[in-house]
Structure formats: C-alpha cells, structure tokens
Design a protein around this ligand. Structure first.
Ligand code: SF4
Length: 332
C-alpha cells in the first residue's frame, strides 16, 4: 500500500442510513460470512457496541489469534489490521477503510529506519531495536522487539543489559519508558498527532475547575502533560484504574476521546472529561481529541466490507519476518 496516501487525512464521509438498520444488517452478515468484529477503544462507541472483541492493540492482537471465525473485520487503523493478518495468516482480514492510517506509524518509514540502523552500526553502536506496535509491518520486520503500552516494561527487561536500545517511533513513550526502566534509549523523533496536541494550559485550567479530579494520561503524551498527571497508562490500564474506585470520581482523560465510551461502560459511577487539544490547522482549542484515522471507521463501511469481502489485508513478503518478531514479543 502507498503510505503517502495516509499522510493527508482525507475527510470522513457522512451517510444518512439509519444506524439501527445498519446494525441489524451487520449482525446478519456476520453470521452468513462467518465473521467476527474486532474494534479498538478509539473507534466510535457504536462500533465498539457491535464488536465481538474490543480492546487496546495488545489485547486485539492476541484476540485475533483466538477468533474461531474464518473472517476478521478490524475496526482500527492499518497497522492493526496488518498485525491481525500476520498473527492469523489463514484468516481473511478485512478493514472498513484501508486509508485509516496512523500519523505515528507514518513518522517512521522503513527505508529511513534501515538507513539509520546502518549508520548507528557503522558508528560502532551495539543495539537492539524496540518498536512500539504503532509501526508498519515493514518497520516491524527490521526490529528485534515489539511493545505496546501494556507490555513495554516487561519486554524492555528482556533486552540484554549489554545492548543499547533504539526505540521507535514514539519519542514521548520512549522517554517515559526510559525513565521508568532506567535504560538509556536512542529515540526516534516520531509522535502521534492526537496525543501531541494536548493543551497543557487547558489541562491545568480543567484541573483547577474540577477540584479533586484525577488526570489520566496515555504515555504517548508529551512530558509536560505526563508531569502533571496522576495516572499514566495505556487504555487497558486506564480501564482497570477507574474500576478500582467504587465512589464517584472525576477523571480528566488525556487520550483519544472515544476512550471515554469503554470507561463509562465499565465504571458509570464516574464523570469523565476529555482533556482539550489544540487543532493543528487553526491553533484553536477543541473540546476533545479525536483521531481522524480511527474516525474513518463507520457502521456503513463495516456493512460494506462484510458484504463485499473487501478491502482486505493481503499477505506481503516482509510479513514473515514481522511475524517472528510479533510472536516472540506478544504471544510468548
Ligand atoms: S491516536 Fe495517534 S497513535 Fe493512535 S491511531 Fe490515531 S494517530 Fe495513530
């Protein structure tokens, strides 16, 4: 696939079909096509509600290997569909929209990484490359380990102590992991467009306006946001954290705004306020932070891809090397 297409975030089409009719149609098609739907926590709540499996990247990658159906519809972004196909090669993996990319994955192209690795080796560095799962399969095939925000510390402990670590592509997550594991890291300068833009001033204002509130941030956020957060963790950890409070709390949530859907479903006793972001296009503050790539997944596109059997993630030659790294990192 030509990833340059993904750099420009195309506008999301809107449709006026009745969502309830679409949901009924999807239910029927799931049965007739022997399909299961996997949905990431960052897609619309409607899609999470019709999914057979929901979760973060780590959970969904593992779920993909357990799905009994012959077809998987992956509501998420491109690298997630690739990981599902790589870990379950015999299954047909469909995506509602192949153009649902990821700004973080695109910030680390495989050819540039290969050149950088060669340059580091030529300069005498003896390192292993640890990649966040938000990378293309071509990048994964160049790496030694794949981590998610859910298993990163455990995997980094598996890198031999005498090796340096090159961490790609998220500089903020890498910096955070380096501080919690005590392992120095060479950081690739990538970042996520959604987590990069949280407004620290608006976060501090929201904290002041909501005395006693708890700030939860994803480790993809920049250090200035993490520094004022009460809890730092990936999406599965956020779910466990809010569920640990029986009494009502107010949470300021610094991650993709759709994450509030599974949080409120699991722990409805709390109030959840999305931390505002600053829109790159205008510099204005927006009320919440949505990932435009995740937003490309819609009920209609799920129905269409189930009905038509496409678009499909097909096996690529470099998937074999990526498979070895993914299996070692996520399944063993
Ligand atoms: S929220 Fe950021 S890291 Fe996640 S899919 Fe969107 S652009 Fe990629």
């Amino acid at each position: 696939m030509d990833l340059t297409i993904l750099n420009a975030v195309a506008p999301v089409e809107t449709y006026d079909e009745d969502p309830l009719d679409l949901m009924d149609e999807i239910d029927e098609l799931k049965k007739s096509k022997d399909a299961a739907i996997l949905a990431h926590f960052y897609v619309d709540g409607d899609l999470q509600d019709i999914a057979d499996y929901t979760g973060d990247s780590l959970k969904l990658a593992r779920d993909a290997t357990q799905v009994p159906n012959s077809t998987i519809v992956f509501c998420g972004v491109h690298f997630m569909g690739e990981s599902a196909k790589i870990l379950s090669p015999s299954k047909k993996v469909l995506m509602p929209d192949l153009q649902a990319g990821c700004s973080l994955a695109e910030s680390c192209p495989a050819d540039k990484l290969a050149a950088y690795q060669a340059d580091l080796r030529a300069k005498g560095h003896d390192f292993q490359t640890v990649a966040y799962i938000n990378t293309t399969a071509a990048v994964k095939s160049l790496c030694d380990w794949i981590v998610t925000s859910g298993n990163a510390r455990e995997i980094i402990d598996r890198v031999p102590a005498d090796k340096e670590i090159l961490f790609v592509p998220d500089q903020h997550l890498g910096r955070y992991l380096s501080s919690v594991t005590g392992r120095p890291m060479i950081l690739w300068p990538g970042s996520c467009m959604v987590h990069e833009v949280f407004s620290i001033q608006d976060l501090l204002r929201a904290k002041r306006n909501n005395p006693g509130s708890i700030v939860m941030a994803h480790p993809e956020c920049p250090a200035n946001v993490l520094d004022v957060s009460d809890f730092i963790g990936g999406t599965e950890k956020m779910r466990k954290y809010v569920a640990s409070f029986a009494e009502k709390k107010t949470f300021l949530v610094a991650t993709e705004a759709n994450m509030i859907h599974p949080l409120a479903k699991l722990a409805p006793q709390h109030e959840y306020i999305p931390v505002p972001g600053i829109m790159a296009s205008t510099g204005e503050t927006c009320a919440c932070n949505r990932c435009p790539h995740m937003a490309r997944n819609t009920l209609q596109k799920v129905r269409d891809c189930l009905r038509d059997g496409r678009p499909e993630i097909t096996w690529q030659p470099y998937f074999a090397q990526a498979q070895e790294v993914l299996q070692r990192s996520l399944l063993q």
